[in-house]
Design a protein. Structure first.
Length: 87
Protein backbone atom coordinates (compact mmCIF):
# COMPACT_ATOMS: atom_id res chain seq x y z
CA UNK A 1 0.00 0.00 0.00
CA UNK A 2 1.58 3.26 -1.12
CA UNK A 3 5.22 3.83 -1.67
CA UNK A 4 8.07 5.82 -0.28
CA UNK A 5 7.59 9.42 0.68
CA UNK A 6 7.98 11.50 -2.49
CA UNK A 7 6.58 8.84 -4.75
CA UNK A 8 3.19 8.36 -3.14
CA UNK A 9 1.26 9.44 -6.22
CA UNK A 10 2.05 9.28 -9.88
CA UNK A 11 1.17 12.42 -11.83
CA UNK A 12 1.28 12.30 -15.60
CA UNK A 13 1.79 15.16 -18.07
CA UNK A 14 3.26 17.53 -15.49
CA UNK A 15 6.90 18.52 -15.73
CA UNK A 16 8.56 20.10 -12.74
CA UNK A 17 11.98 21.66 -12.50
CA UNK A 18 13.95 22.52 -9.43
CA UNK A 19 17.18 24.27 -8.61
CA UNK A 20 19.48 23.71 -5.75
CA UNK A 21 19.20 26.42 -3.11
CA UNK A 22 22.87 27.10 -3.69
CA UNK A 23 22.22 27.92 -7.36
CA UNK A 24 19.35 30.35 -6.77
CA UNK A 25 19.90 34.07 -6.50
CA UNK A 26 17.65 35.77 -3.96
CA UNK A 27 17.88 39.32 -5.35
CA UNK A 28 19.09 39.23 -8.96
CA UNK A 29 19.55 42.70 -10.48
CA UNK A 30 18.14 44.32 -7.35
CA UNK A 31 20.57 47.23 -7.22
CA UNK A 32 21.09 47.66 -10.97
CA UNK A 33 17.47 47.47 -12.18
CA UNK A 34 15.16 47.36 -9.17
CA UNK A 35 15.92 50.59 -7.32
CA UNK A 36 16.21 52.81 -10.43
CA UNK A 37 12.88 51.51 -11.74
CA UNK A 38 11.20 52.43 -8.44
CA UNK A 39 12.40 56.02 -8.85
CA UNK A 40 11.17 56.16 -12.45
CA UNK A 41 7.74 54.73 -11.60
CA UNK A 42 7.37 57.09 -8.63
CA UNK A 43 8.33 60.08 -10.74
CA UNK A 44 5.82 59.08 -13.43
CA UNK A 45 2.90 58.62 -11.03
CA UNK A 46 3.53 61.31 -8.38
CA UNK A 47 1.24 63.83 -10.08
CA UNK A 48 -1.61 61.33 -10.08
CA UNK A 49 -1.28 60.63 -6.35
CA UNK A 50 -0.34 63.99 -4.82
CA UNK A 51 -3.03 66.66 -4.51
CA UNK A 52 -2.57 69.59 -6.84
CA UNK A 53 -1.98 73.03 -5.25
CA UNK A 54 -5.16 74.80 -6.45
CA UNK A 55 -7.49 72.33 -4.75
CA UNK A 56 -9.65 74.38 -2.33
CA UNK A 57 -11.96 71.54 -1.19
CA UNK A 58 -8.98 69.44 -0.12
CA UNK A 59 -7.38 72.34 1.74
CA UNK A 60 -10.67 73.26 3.41
CA UNK A 61 -11.30 69.68 4.51
CA UNK A 62 -7.76 69.39 5.89
CA UNK A 63 -8.10 72.61 7.89
CA UNK A 64 -11.51 71.62 9.28
CA UNK A 65 -10.21 68.17 10.23
CA UNK A 66 -7.08 69.46 12.00
CA UNK A 67 -8.95 72.21 13.85
CA UNK A 68 -11.64 69.74 14.90
CA UNK A 69 -9.07 67.25 16.14
CA UNK A 70 -7.28 69.93 18.17
CA UNK A 71 -10.54 71.14 19.75
CA UNK A 72 -11.52 67.58 20.60
CA UNK A 73 -8.18 66.98 22.33
CA UNK A 74 -8.60 70.25 24.28
CA UNK A 75 -12.10 69.29 25.40
CA UNK A 76 -10.86 66.00 26.84
CA UNK A 77 -8.45 67.76 29.23
CA UNK A 78 -9.41 68.69 32.76
CA UNK A 79 -9.43 72.35 33.74
CA UNK A 80 -6.97 72.98 36.62
CA UNK A 81 -9.10 75.83 37.97
CA UNK A 82 -11.90 73.39 38.84
CA UNK A 83 -9.64 71.40 41.20
CA UNK A 84 -7.80 74.15 43.14
CA UNK A 85 -10.02 73.72 46.21
CA UNK A 86 -9.22 69.99 46.51
CA UNK A 87 -5.64 70.58 47.64
Amino acid sequence: MGGEFGSLIRVRHIISYSLSRFEQRAFPNYFTKGIPSVFCRTQDSILQVAPRPPNPPFIAFYLIYTCGTQEFEKSKRKKPADFEEDK
